[in-house]
Design a protein around this ligand. Structure first.
Ligand SMILES: Cc1cc2nc3c(=O)[nH]c(=O)nc-3n(C[C@H](O)[C@H](O)[C@H](O)COP(=O)(O)O)c2cc1C
Length: 143
């Protein structure tokens, strides 16, 4: 059983929906999930992860600012070589995925074993699930 830690924020519920779907799929596969918001996350949480997921939405072509703060917090953790991936919710451009992925790779020196995913805003859980499933399968394959 692996411990999957997810650091995310969501202003209007779309990223939260992605996190809920991912959490359900990971726990269904027998793994443990800890989903944390920027205010809650501590270095020890992410250091303890077997796989670290970091994600957030794009607002005004930028990563949501609470996640920008979280990225500074995560810099204090020792994440070198830690397996992980990025994810994002977006409406039309989705810059947040690249920002998070680049920071994980270049600043934290994480091992991004799986390509990040950006999912277009939708209230329909089934649509989110359809896009998230292959991403989760890719992660399960490297755990
Ligand atoms: C004021 C505003 C600005 C936005 N700016 C962008 C943007 O620049 N690029 C983009 O892809 N989506 C943009 N979006 C869409 C959001 O990224 C999208 O709704 C996302 O699912 C929000 O995630 P959340 O519900 O987790 O906060 C914007 C939405 C709002 C309300």
């Amino acid at each position: 059983m692996a411990e999957i830690v997810i650091v995310y924020d969501s202003l209007r519920g779309n990223t939260k929906r992605i996190v809920e779907v991912m959490s359900e799929l990971f726990t269904g596969a027998g793994h443990q999930v800890k989903a944390l918001k920027p205010k809650e996350v501590e270095a020890a949480d992410v250091e303890a992860a077997d796989f670290l997921l970091v994600g957030g939405p794009t607002y005004h072509k930028k990563l949501i600012n609470t996640m920008e703060q979280a990225m500074f917090k995560l810099e204090k953790a020792d994440l070198k070589g830690k397996p992980g991936a990025a994810f994002a919710s977006f409406g039309w451009s989705g810059e947040s995925l690249g920002v998070v992925e680049d920071t994980m790779k270049n600043l934290y020196e994480m091992d991004l074993k799986v390509d990040g995913i950006k999912i277009k805003q939708t209230p329909v859980v089934a649509k989110v699930k359809k896009e998230v499933e292959p991403f989760v399968q890719n992660i399960l394959a490297v755990l």
